[in-house]
Design a protein. Structure first.
Length: 359
């Protein structure tokens, strides 16, 4: 958060994105940290995520970024959440629930400038719908926003076109007499590479957790990955050449070696795509996953590493023993992005939070 604050104007509020269990890092603890370090509000995808924050005593403003069924609108009001609205029909339905409850609902209008996802498409019809929604008596039109589709690409042409379209739509609204208190479009990638997108609110996500949005983004901040995914060795096996490992017997040892059975599998978020290709750290040395990753366990060849015992720590990604396996390396091995790797770490995996002293 300190690094983010360095590049964000004091005039811009920070809305920290903690959806998907704070990208796998733990929403409650992450929310506490970001709010204590400069964030004014939070963003999640679903009511259930916001509910957990409220239950834990988090009182900061929370924006729901995603789809909310009409049946949950009363809960949105009960929890004092901010609802994203992306159609006039949705605005009218929420207004009706708020009226029956004798309350007002804060909303942010989403404009689809090129993502092809939720949002009103800029144009005359959208302009009329936003103006009508803003006049509904039980809605408080607090904000308006859009989302970039390719701000994390080296070529910023499309992102800049989206920004221009969004600004043009805001100007049309101003001419019609409507100006929203909060205007936002900058995600993590835009924060780093497109400072002109930082309006009076910004929405950092992945960079909060010490990861860059892509390899095409300037490494302009001193980011340190917050998460290391670790487990322990359950059993050590000395095996001969020709020994078959795991389901399907897809791997067979070519020489006598030592196999470590480790307590982590695809149910924990260690992808089955890492079968016979994943790399882990054992005693600070790299070791290869052999055979298919199972639901709860996988096997690693540690024949080249001395003094390996049951109970020894294994790093699936992150740092340990003076070495590091970057999340990005695991993402490349599985053909995905770092976001998915950290988000996949299952809730059954306990999270331990360390302070700056490592305690």
């Amino acid at each position: 958060m300190r690094e983010i604050r360095k590049i964000v104007s004091p005039k811009s509020e920070i809305m920290a994105v903690v959806k998907a269990n704070a990208y796998g890092h733990g929403a409650l603890e992450s929310a506490k940290v970001v709010l204590a370090n400069g964030a004014k509000s939070l963003a999640v995808a679903r009511v259930e995520e916001a509910k957990e924050l409220r239950k834990a005593g988090i009182e900061a403003p929370v924006l729901l970024l995603g789809y909310t069924p009409g049946a949950q609108f009363k809960e949105v009001l009960d929890l004092n959440l901010i609802q994203t609205v992306y159609s006039l029909e949705m605005a009218e339905a929420l207004n009706s629930i708020a009226e029956r409850s004798g309350r007002q609902a804060k909303v942010h209008i989403k404009i689809d400038t090129g993502m092809g996802r939720l949002g009103l498409t800029p144009g005359k019809s959208a302009l009329e719908d936003v103006l009508k929604a803003a006049r509904l008596p039980h809605l408080i039109p607090e904000g308006i926003f859009t989302h970039f589709a390719a701000a994390d690409s080296a070529d910023k042409t499309f992102a800049l076109a989206q920004l221009e379209l969004f600004n043009s739509f805001l100007e049309a609204l101003r001419k019609a007499g409507l100006e929203f208190p909060l205007r936002h479009c900058a995600n993590s990638a835009a924060l780093l590479d497109l400072p002109q997108t930082c309006l009076n609110l910004v929405r950092p996500g992945i960079i909060i957790y010490g990861l860059y949005p892509s390899n095409e983004i300037r490494n302009s901040l001193n980011l340190k990955p917050a998460m290391s995914f670790k487990t322990r060795i359950a059993q050590i096996k000395k095996v001969p050449a020709g020994f078959k490992v795991s389901y399907g017997s897809t791997y067979q040892t070519s020489h006598p070696t030592v196999i470590a059975v480790i307590s982590a599998g695809y149910a924990d978020g260690y992808s089955r795509l890492l079968s016979s290709r994943g790399i882990v750290l054992v005693n600070g040395q790299r070791a290869r996953v052999v055979g298919r990753v199972c639901m709860d366990q996988c096997m690693v060849d540690v024949g080249h590493i001395n003094d390996v015992y049951p109970g020894d720590e294994v790093v699936l990604f992150g740092s340990g023993g003076g070495e590091t396996i970057p999340v990005e390396e695991i993402a490349k091995l599985t053909g995905t992005i770092s976001y998915e790797i950290v988000c996949m770490v299952n809730s059954r995996v306990p999270r331990y939070y360390l302070n700056q002293k490592g305690q």
